[in-house]
Write a protein that binds this ligand. Sequence first.
Ligand SMILES: [Zn+2]
Length: 241
Amino acid sequence: MEERTEGPAGAEPDPARVRRAVVEVARRTVADGLVVGTSGNVSARVGDTIVITPSGVPYERLDPAALPTAALTGRPAHEGPGESGGPVPSSELPLHLAVYRARPEARAVVHTHAVHATAVSTLVEEVPAVHYACAALGGPIRVAPYATYGTERLALVTVEALRDRTACLLANHGTIALGEERDPVRALERALERTAQLEWMCRVWLAASSVPGRAPALLPGAEIDRVIERLRGYGQPGDAA
Ligand SMILES: [Zn+2]
C-alpha cells in the first residue's frame, strides 16, 4: 500500500494518506468481489472526524480529496453534503458513526453486501461455527436483526451484534467489520481482511450445508474459546494460523 510510515508515536495520521487508503480499500472491495457497483461503504477515523465514501459515486471515479467527512461528536448524525459542496456521504453514515461511538478503539469500518455472507444472513441468527477462524473475529458471528438501511435502528442493532466481536452480519443486507489499529491505514486493511475472512467462512458453511442428507459438524463453544486463548498467546491479536 503506502510506503510512508505512521509517523511519531501519538501524532495524528496524515489525513491525505488516510483518504487515499479509504479509496484504495473501497476499490479493493469491488476487485475482491465483496461489492458490486457502489453497494458498500468504507470509512476511517482521524481524530474526531471520519472520512467516508460518498453515496452513489462509482469507486473508480472516487477522488480522495473530495471524500465527505463527518464529525464524530457534538453534531447531528447526518451531515449533508461534503464541506466544499462535494459528494453526499454514504447513506450508511449513521451506521459508521454508531460503530465509532460505541467502539472507541475502531479506526476503520468496512461495510459490504458480499454474496455468501448476505445469503447466510437470511438463514441463521448466528453463523454456524464450521471453522475456528471465527475466533479471530472474537467468536461465533452474530447476525443483527433486519432494519431498513440508513436508519438509526440499523445502527443500534448492529452495534449490539458487534459486542465483543470485530465483525458481524446484517440480516438480509450484508457485512460490517472494523479495524482497531492505531494507524487508520492499517486499520482499513484489517477491516477489509476481516470482511474477506467472514465472507469465506460463510461460503464454507453454505458449501458444507448444501450436501444432501448431511449436516456440517460444528465446533463447540469451548473449542472456539480455546482458539481465542491461543490467538491471545501467539503473534498479533486476531491473526489466525
Ligand atoms: Zn448496505
